[in-house]
Design a protein around this ligand. Structure first.
Ligand code: GDP
Length: 187
């Protein structure tokens, strides 16, 4: 169950092991946060964290688990896509991509889904401290080129490291913009 959609929220998603928990923790550092809900289920939970009593950070269950059964996959699809399609308080979706590896099918598929469905999202490349700046840039370029095979424009892209704090302010700035747009809509 999700809380009432009376506050703006920003959701995070990515393949398992992409560094989602680490990034969320890095973003929440020094913020007053409380975990307030979860949908029961074995591996699939939508967690809402109430931040400074004004917005929600939402931890969505990941995709691309190698050993997940077809049934689990279908359940994931239904829950996450239902959330993304209907959650009117969602102001941004952060799609996390591992900056060390070449474009993965599950990432590309998910990003195409988000684009097609008009979900406002940002590509957040993770773990940039693990390699040279040049290597990170080339992974991002490769991913962008894949998208540009079918898209005319790229979504916003942020390079991050939960370890070094790279990109933290940039992500927080994007979140702040999203929260402002929600407040403006509410008038
Ligand atoms: P999740 O499964 O997406 O929530 O991923 P985790 O946050 O648990 O991270 C998976 C692994 O990657 C862990 O071993 C983390 O320590 C490591 N990791 C996550 N973010 C970073 C990062 O920015 N830099 C480095 N070097 N390692 C990271």
């Amino acid at each position: 169950m999700c809380p009432e959609p009376d506050k703006p929220e920003v959701a995070f998603i990515g393949r398992s092991n992409v560094g989602k928990s680490s990034l969320i923790n890095a973003l929440l550092k020094s913020k007053d946060a409380a975990k307030i809900s979860g949908t029961p289920g074995k591996t699939q939970v939508i967690n809402h964290f109430l931040i400074e009593n004004s917005w929600y950070m939402v931890d969505l269950p990941g995709y691309g688990y190698a050993r997940v059964s077809q049934t689990e996959r279908v359940k994931w699809e239904k829950m996450v896509k239902n959330y993304l399609a209907n959650r009117r308080s969602l102001v941004y979706l952060m799609v996390l991509i591992d900056s060390r590896i070449p474009p993965q099918k599950s990432d590309l598929e998910f990003v195409h889904y988000a684009g097609k469905n008009g979900i406002p999202f940002v590509l957040v490349f993770t773990k940039a401290d693990k390699q040279s700046v040049a290597k990170t840039k080339s992974t991002i370029q490769e991913f962008s080129d894949k998208l540009l095979e079918t898209w005319e424009e790229l979504p916003p892209i942020i390079t991050t490291s939960a370890r070094s704090g790279l990109g933290r302010d940039e992500v927080l700035d994007v979140i702040a913009l999203g929260l402002e747009s929600f407040d403006a809509q509410k008038g």
